[in-house]
Design a protein. Structure first.
Lengths: 86, 216
């Protein structure tokens, strides 16, 4: 799969997140996860709390994931952009 | 005996899950209520492009991108400069699932991606970085001469080369690059009337709804 630009660390975290999504869904569907070191660090009721926790714990420059625990669609980002017709 | 213990354990797991979900739901509700209290009413305005410009450039809105408030606070605490907002335009795109930011704009702001999003793009299947960003839409209505602006924070998908794909608007002789796509996650909170022959667009944004249900 192509990546728009190179984010190798984030890609690794995202692959680990995707691999563990089913497991996280069992207990934490609809919550927001702070995910780093290829494992969940903590779960939060809101996105903002998870985002703030990421900043507090790991600062501005570390690589980590903030995401709702849910399955996401994989449709075209933009049909016109995808077709090169913007 | 074992069956009874298993049943009790299953019940307590279910109860704990229910309580967690209920807690998350209540926290989201409280967050929405807090945001709604500070929100302006619906914002309505008309943009007059002229038929030729509307055809050539598409419906675009002037905007500013910035860092999220939490990021700005963290930068300030760390004694680092808060990046100035980046001006550009948003191209209204009913074909876009999510609102997007030009990768160049995200880089200029020093935004750190918070996850990757799988999808389809110009080069087939791909993964794009996703950022939390602050977005301001600002416009002066040529009919009423009133300036409206509203802002919110949401996840946006970074896409490359957007400014080279899309025709820029001209403002006072200056090219204003397209720095984002206004996708259906925002359009679900808007009513829009496209008047091609007159080269005019009428917008009505439910700002309360945008701010209380930001795309995540």
């Amino acid at each position: 799969m192509e990546t728009t630009t190179e984010y190798p660390k984030l890609e690794r975290e995202q692959n680990a997140f995707d691999a563990q999504l089913d497991e996280m869904m069992l207990e934490h569907e609809g919550e927001y996860v702070l995910f780093r070191g290829e494992k969940p660090v903590a779960f939060f009721p809101t996105y903002n709390e998870a985002y703030q926790a990421g900043l507090d714990e790991f600062g501005l420059d570390e690589v980590y994931i903030i995401s709702e625990v849910k399955r996401r669609d994989q449709y075209a980002t933009s049909v016109t952009w995808a077709a090169g017709a913007v | 005996m074992t069956k009874k213990r298993d049943k009790q354990r299953d019940q307590s797991i279910r109860q704990a899950r229910h309580e967690r979900r209920e807690g998350a739901r209540k926290a989201r509700q409280a967050e929405r209520k807090q945001q709604q209290q500070a929100s302006p009413p619906n914002v309505k305005f008309t943009s007059v492009f002229g038929p030729e410009i509307l055809e050539a450039c598409g419906p675009q809105l002037f905007c500013e991108w910035g860092v999220a408030a939490a990021t700005a606070d963290a930068l300030q605490k760390a004694g680092r400069a808060i990046p100035s907002p980046v001006a550009g335009t948003l191209l209204l795109d009913t074909g876009a699932t999510r609102t997007c930011i030009a990768l160049q704009t995200a880089t200029d702001l020093g935004l750190q991606p918070t996850r990757m999003q799988d999808g389809l793009g110009a080069a087939g299947r791909h993964r794009n970085p996703v950022f939390l960003a602050r977005l301001v839409i600002r416009i002066t209505d040529p009919v009423t001469n009133l300036t409206h602006s509203f802002a919110w924070e949401q996840e946006v998908e970074g896409i490359s080369e957007l400014h080279t794909f899309a025709a820029p608007l001209m403002l006072q002789g200056q090219r204003v690059p397209v720095s984002g796509l206004l996708g259906r996650d925002i359009l679900r909170h808007a009513r829009i009337h496209y008047d091609g022959p007159a080269g005019r667009m009428r917008f009505e944004f439910d700002v309360t709804s945008i701010q209380s249900q930001p795309s995540r």
